[in-house]
Design a binder for this molecule. Structure first.
Ligand code: HEM
Length: 420
């Protein structure tokens, strides 16, 4: 499944896996923070504190972290361009991990100075990644539609970092700015922009590859990209109704084209992860639907919380967990494949019961948090955070299982002659 040419683009396993490993740990930290401060959840309307810290442990510590690790490995396959500097990719990790930890700790403790130091480290890490991504896209020789999504995501990355750092400066130094406009722009550029365009762009080749299915036609993928970018620009310009309508059209076209591709697949069973991917698509469409209702003043109480839940844990985190549980065993198997040891079976690296447990817990967490946001019941938020934390620990066990299992691949127990 991993074309021979692509093997030459394989990064050392430790590079993408250190990003995936950090994301797995930050997910546990995010749910633990939410569990410890679940009473803040139903009344969360933005601004600093534990709920905001949990939000950025997810957005920066899990979403951005995984996006960087995955694109550093997958994009060279699509663009047929190697990553220009492995040293820079490693340095970005060494800045991003402490940066996220300091940012979240400062936000949780209402300490803008500490949050500011963390934000600077995060900003530096994202700048290094942005240069690596730009150099890779500039030299790209394949998959033009994936490259186009990459450029869109890169532009949004620059804008989200600028608005995010400006918002931090407002807390730290009292910088005067249009708070509502900066917050709204930051939110859209970070979630639908950077993360969304990467997820949509990579989906168009990764999901068909995992399902052994035909990729959606490039014209459809370009139309989705154009609609999505128009929607993001309209949102940043403060036109929420056109933004939501454009976003709904992009989301519906994207999910329909991938569903059509999956129906034409050669692999009968889609296997683990695709239920989460499909739930995430439903949350994507629902998040834009709630945004439209908010723009038309037809939304229920706590609509901003419901919107944020559908957008971040509902769509982006759930999608990421669905895909990560496929690419982690797949990449590990490719890395440990050798003439001497043979290729580890992906099925042997995929602990189905553990992943099934994770799936149930994660979906239960989402359901309980949504019910908490709809009803205002704090006990539902605590139950949701508990299920989320248990799910994150199950996912961490899955990751550890793959690492341990693949490390033992082909290693013969002592005193047994190696098979002929
Ligand atoms: C350089 C990196 C980042 C920095 C410095 C940053 C900083 C901030 C700050 C200070 C706020 C608070 C706004 C307020 O309530 O006053 C905020 C809100 C937010 N950020 Fe970030 N952020 C960063 C990256 C991201 C990323 C990568 C994502 C998502 C993928 C994200 C998603 C959000 C969301 C959803 C909000 C809530 C907005 C609201 O309450 O309306 N941020 N960010």
């Amino acid at each position: 499944m991993f074309p021979l040419v692509a093997r030459s683009r394989l990064l050392p396993m430790s590079l993408p896996f250190r990003y995936f490993g950090a994301a797995v740990v930050f997910q546990v930290a995010a749910w633990a923070m939410l569990f410890a401060y679940s009473s803040d959840f139903v009344s969360f309307e933005g601004s600093l504190g534990p709920a905001f810290a949990a939000l950025h442990l997810v957005t920066l510590g899990v979403l951005a972290m995984t996006a960087i690790g995955a694109t550093l490995q997958l994009l060279p396959v699509a663009t047929r361009q190697p990553v220009r500097s492995l040293g820079a990719a490693k340095l970005a990790w060494w800045l991003l991990v402490p940066g996220v930890a300091l940012f979240a700790a400062g936000a949780a403790a209402f300490a803008p100075q500490t949050m500011g130091i963390g934000a600077m480290l995060v900003g530096l890490a994202l700048a290094i990644y942005a240069v690596l991504l730009a150099v890779n896209l500039l030299g790209a020789r394949g998959m033009k539609v994936v490259v186009a999504h990459g450029w869109g995501a890169l532009a949004c990355l620059a804008a989200l970092a600028a608005t995010g750092l400006a918002l931090v400066a407002r807390y730290e130094h009292g910088v005067a700015l249009d708070h509502g406009a900066f917050r709204a722009a930051h939110l859209v550029l970070a979630t639908y922009g950077f993360m969304g365009l990467l997820a949509v762009g990579l989906s168009s080749f990764l999901l068909p590859m995992l399902a052994v299915a035909p990729a959606p036609p490039a014209q459809i993928a370009y139309a989705v990209l154009a609609l999505a970018i128009a929607g993001i620009v309209a949102a940043v310009l403060g036109l929420p109704v056109p933004a939501a309508l454009l976003g709904l059209a992009a989301a519906a076209m994207h999910t329909a084209s991938l569903e059509r591709s999956l129906r034409a697949r050669l692999r009968p069973a889609l296997g683990p992860g695709f239920l989460l991917v499909r739930v995430s698509w439903a949350c994507l469409v629902a998040s834009i639907g709630v945004a439209l209702l908010m723009a038309l003043d037809l939304a229920p109480a706590r609509a901003a919380l419901i919107f944020g839940l559908l957008l971040v844990p509902g769509w982006l985190l759930t999608f990421l967990l669905g895909v990560l549980q496929r690419i982690v065993p797949f990449l590990a198997s490719v890395h440990y494949s050798s003439a001497a040891r043979g290729t580890p079976l992906i099925s042997a690296l995929t602990p189905a019961p553990l992943l099934a447990g994770h799936q149930v817990l994660h979906l239960a967490a989402l359901g309980a948090l949504l019910a908490a946001a709809l009803t205002g019941e704090a006990w539902l938020a605590r139950a949701g955070a508990a299920a989320g934390l248990a799910g994150a620990l199950a996912f961490a066990s899955f990751f550890a299982f793959v690492i341990v299992k693949v490390r033992h691949h082909g290693i013969q127990p002592p005193h047994q002659p190696a098979p002929a």
